[in-house]
Design a protein around this ligand. Structure first.
Ligand code: BLA
Length: 300
C-alpha cells in the first residue's frame, strides 16, 4: 500500500479481472462472435506511453453488442466501461458497469439500466426489478449512495443501481468486484430467460428505447474529456460512436435534441452542460419495493 489517498491503487488492482469474469460467464451460456467494431478498435493506441487501452466487442444470438473498454495508467487512473445491449427483439435491461478510479477516489455506476423508465413503466419495473431488490440490501452498506446526482442520469438508472464514490482501497474494490459478479450473473439469468418478441410494434419500441439511451450516452459521457486526451478528438468521437455506443448511428434516426429538447440552444446547437436540472437526490430515491420516492423534479 502506497500511503496517501487511500493507496493501494495500481498495486496490482486491475479491472481486467472483471472483464475476464464476464466474458467467461457469457461463454458458458452462449457463443461469442467478434463484433465488427472489434477489428477497428482492438489495437487502439493511446498517445501516452504509460497508458494501456483494451477494447473488446462481441455479439451472441441474444446480445447485439457486448463491449468492454479498460484504461490503465500505471499507479494512477484505472477505468472500466463494460456494457451489454440485447437485440431489439428482447426488452432486456442494459448491463452497465462504469468505474473511474484515480488514486483519490473511485466513481462507480453499476446497474441493469432499464430500457424503459421504471417510474413511468411500472409493468417494466415489476417484470425485471421486483425480485432483484434484495441485491440493494446486500450492498447498501459496503457501497453506499454516492451523493447528489443529476436527475438526467437518474432517469437511466434502475431501483437497484449502485451509484457510489469510494476511496480506492483493496477492500472497496473487492466489494465492487463481488457486486459486479452478482449483477452480471443476474443479468445473464435474465438473458437466458428472455423470450423473443414477435410483435413488430414492441420490437420497434425496444429499438427506439435503446437508441435513446445510446444517443444520451454518446453525447454526454463523463469519460469523454479523458478519451479525448488519450486518443485525440476524432479518435474519441469514433470510439464513442462506433465502439462504446455503437448503434447510435443505425438503430434510429432521431437526433439528441429530438429526444432531449431541453438541451436545445437558441442557435439550434446542443447545450454542452451535462445537466440542465442540476444535481439532486442526496440519498437513494427508491423504496424497498423499487418505487420512486425522490423529491419531484421537473419532468418526473
Ligand atoms: C463522473 N461518471 C461520473 C459521474 C457519473 C458517471 C454519474 C458523476 C458525475 C455526475 O453526476 O454526472 C457515470 N453517468 C454515468 C453513467 C451513466 C450516467 C455510467 O448518466 C449512464 C447512464 N467515467 C466512465 C469512463 C470514464 C469516466 C469510461 O465511465 C473515462 C474514460 C470518467 N466519470 C469520469 C470522470 C468523472 C466521472 C473523470 C468525474 C468528473 C466529472 O464529473 O466530469
Amino acid at each position: 500500500m502506497s500511503g496517501g489517498g487511500g493507496g493501494g491503487l495500481g498495486a496490482g488492482f486491475s479491472y481486467q479481472k472483471f472483464v475476464h469474469f464476464a466474458l467467461e460467464q457469457t461463454r458458458l451460456r452462449s457463443t461469442l462472435v467478434p463484433h465488427p467494431s472489434q477489428e477497428k478498435f482492438q489495437f487502439i493506441k493511446p498517445n501516452e506511453d504509460n497508458t494501456v487501452l483494451n477494447a473488446l466487442s462481441f455479439s451472441t444470438s441474444k446480445i447485439r453488442l457486448l463491449r468492454s473498454l479498460t484504461i490503465e495508467q500505471k499507479n494512477s487512473v484505472q477505468v472500466l466501461d463494460f456494457a451489454a445491449f440485447s437485440e431489439p427483439e428482447y426488452d432486456l435491461p442494459i448491463f452497465c458497469a462504469n468505474a473511474f478510479s484515480s488514486p483519490a477516489r473511485s466513481i462507480v455506476v453499476l446497474d441493469l439500466n432499464p430500457l424503459y423508465d421504471t417510474t413511468e413503466h411500472k409493468d417494466y419495473r415489476e417484470k425485471y426489478y421486483r425480485n432483484l431488490m434484495p441485491l440493494i440490501h446486500k450492498y447498501s452498506e459496503l457501497l453506499p449512495w454516492g451523493g447528489k446526482i443529476t436527475s438526467e442520469s437518474l432517469r437511466f438508472f434502475s431501483p437497484i443501481v449502485i451509484w457510489t464514490i469510494f476511496e480506492p482501497t483493496e477492500a472497496n474494490h473487492q466489494a465492487l468486484y463481488s457486486a459486479f459478479v452478482d449483477y452480471y450473473k443476474v443479468w445473464l439469468e435474465l438473458m437466458d430467460g428472455a423470450v423473443r418478441e414477435t410483435c413488430e410494434e414492441k420490437i420497434n419500441c425496444n429499438r427506439e428505447a435503446q437508441h435513446k439511451y445510446l444517443t444520451w450516452r454518446a453525447e454526454k459521457d463523463p469519460g469523454y474529456p479523458l478519451l479525448k486526451k488519450l486518443v485525440g478528438e476524432s479518435g474519441a468521437k469514433d470510439l464513442v460512436r462506433e465502439f462504446l455506443f455503437e448503434g447510435v448511428g443505425s438503430l434510429g434516426t432521431k437526433s439528441f435534441l429530438e429526444y432531449f429538447p431541453e438541451y436545445a440552444q437558441q442557435d439550434g446547437t446542443v447545450n454542452r452542460k451535462r445537466s440542465m436540472a442540476g444535481k439532486s437526490f442526496g440519498t437513494r430515491p427508491w423504496d424497498a419495493h423499487g418505487r420512486f420516492v425522490g423529491d419531484a423534479v421537473d419532468g418526473w
